[in-house]
Design a protein around this ligand. Structure first.
Ligand code: 13P
Length: 228
């Protein structure tokens, strides 16, 4: 099964997200798993919706965070954990990320778990990349039945330059050695490269940032995935 996921990051309001989801439902997914991660203010009870982040607690004194209780209100059972923007901009440690993973695993959530190396590591070659990615999987049950891995090289996110077919193929082949779970690619996935990327061995789907913000583009991406 192909997985096509949209990460809105800090884009779109609640009303915009509502319209987006209505528009999205106009097409059939035909076996493609579709996931949409809107900001926390735009969560809806909808089987495609997941949270971009959540604190590993039911509720509590964690100012600015949302936890299980807030997600339960919308019947949300899907969460994104370990995105590079949270690792690098918000300084989340591997230990904290693993804590989130384990909490939401206990709750049987579907976890989209992100890993990806910065440019200086990529420049050192594949072996260094693999070491780096391995460290980002520390404390994570790599065979958790509701785990979906997203490989997103940091240097390809939001740059308009995706990793090359060879880089994606080689890296996904290495990640495959760690897990049998689906592996998505993310980083400048656009309408003009999605088909090529989805056809790479060990690529089970994509996690799309900026290109997913236009619902017509995202729908076309789903249509392409349906044909593969
Ligand atoms: P872009 O598609 O904008 O490069 O973002 C990728 C991403 O970070 C998805 O989580």
């Amino acid at each position: 099964m192909r997985i096509i996921a949209a990460n809105f990051k800090m884009h779109k309001t609640r009303s915009e997200t509502k319209k987006y989801l209505e528009e999205l439902k106009k097409i059939k997914f035909n076996g493609v798993k579709v996931a949409v991660f809107p900001p926390a203010t735009a969560l809806f009870e909808d089987k495609v919706v997941g949270a971009q982040n959540a604190y590993p607690a039911i509720n509590g004194a964690y100012t600015g965070e949302i936890g299980l209780e807030q997600l339960n209100e919308f019947n949300i059972k899907r969460v994104l954990i370990g995105h590079s923007e949270r690792r690098h901009i918000l300084n989340e440690s591997q230990e904290f990320i693993a804590k989130k993973f384990n909490f939401y695993k206990e709750q049987n959530f579907e976890i989209f778990y992100c890993i990806g190396e910065p440019l200086e590591i990529r420049k050192k070659g594949l072996e260094s990349v693999v070491e780096y990615l391995k460290a980002q999987l520390e404390g994570i049950d790599r065979e958790y039945e509701n785990l979906i891995i997203a490989y997103e090289p940091v240097w390809a996110i939001g740059t308009g330059v995706s990793a090359s077919v060879e880089e994606i193929r080689d890296t996904h082949r290495e990640i495959r050695k760690f897990t049998k779970r689906p592996i998505l690619y993310g980083g400048s996935v656009k309408l003009n490269n999605i088909e090529e990327i989805l056809n790479i061995e060990n690529v089970d789907g994509v996690l799309v940032g900026s290109a997913s913000l236009d619902v017509e583009v995202f729908k076309k991406m789903i249509e392409i995935a349906k044909e593969i």
